[in-house]
Design a protein around this ligand. Sequence first.
Ligand code: ADE
Length: 335
Amino acid sequence: MKITIKHIAQEAGVSTATVSKVINKKDEHISAATVDRIMKIVKEYNYIPNGLASSMVTKKTKTLGLLIPDITNPFFPEIARGVEDKANEENYSVIFCNTDDDLVKEEKCLAMLIEKMVDAIIIVPSAERTKDFNSLKNISIPIVFVDRDLEIDFFTAKVLVDNYEGSYNAVTYLIENEYRKIAFITGPSSTKTSQQRLEGYKKALEDGCIRYDEKYVLEGTFKREWGKQAIQQLIEQKIDFDAVYCGDDIIAIGAMKALKEKGYKIPDDIGVMGYDNIYISELVEPSLSTVRQPNYDMGSKAVSIALEAIDDKQIKGEVTILKTALIIRKSTKKR
Ligand code: ADE
């Protein structure tokens, strides 16, 4: 027999409205003894409330929308895991959308999530989202930006990392270890992430008394294929380099593959430094020196803030900047 809210109410000797209030935790005016009695019956029958009916009472769907640019880059699942774990801990579910760094797809995902009446949106914006902010502006539920910054002033919160400092530390480390001709294979320059990392690179060169030369900077995508292609370009253009610093670990892994195929030894001939500290960076050969980002924590923190905002605590414009840490492995060495 399918147990309904009516059965629970009859057995507890209360109205269905009272049961509904208890299940949806809107029970401030109901005695503790009644709440206990109802919950005991709910547990006894393993009663699972009808989500739609609950949503009508609470005006909440207990779901969050998560938009990320590229599920195949392990950096993003690490953020997503932080989002999901924290959301589940708080009895929320997550509807996930992969935008492929494509603005049109991102717009469609946003519209779908609003239609599904998610209670808040957590978004790592696509690389193509550079100036068209209208659809974001019109969102009336809390919206938390993660990892990639945008120049907007109508957000609930941003959870970011200090890309400039992470990049500065990575390049300074290379210089301190006697690398002098450091190529930088960046992600898309449309992202603040890439821009901030480039600034960190330039400042580290300046402080290390190395002249900045734009021929050492190759701009592309946050993808492995780009790492391979960029190495080919450096070689074809006969650019003399002794290290490659990469916009993310996936680019670095592509670059390492291309370097090995061309017969270079890492780190003896060329040092390689990544960014993100995705789990694979430890497993590649040689293991990759990189910059650790608190990927999981960013996702988890974004959910905490989003849930506070849903509960009407009116967080507007809170910016959290998390720290990075340098992880030195076998792809770089003292020269
Ligand atoms: N794409 C891959 N890694 C990234 C990062 N750390 N920040 C922004 N976009 C990325």
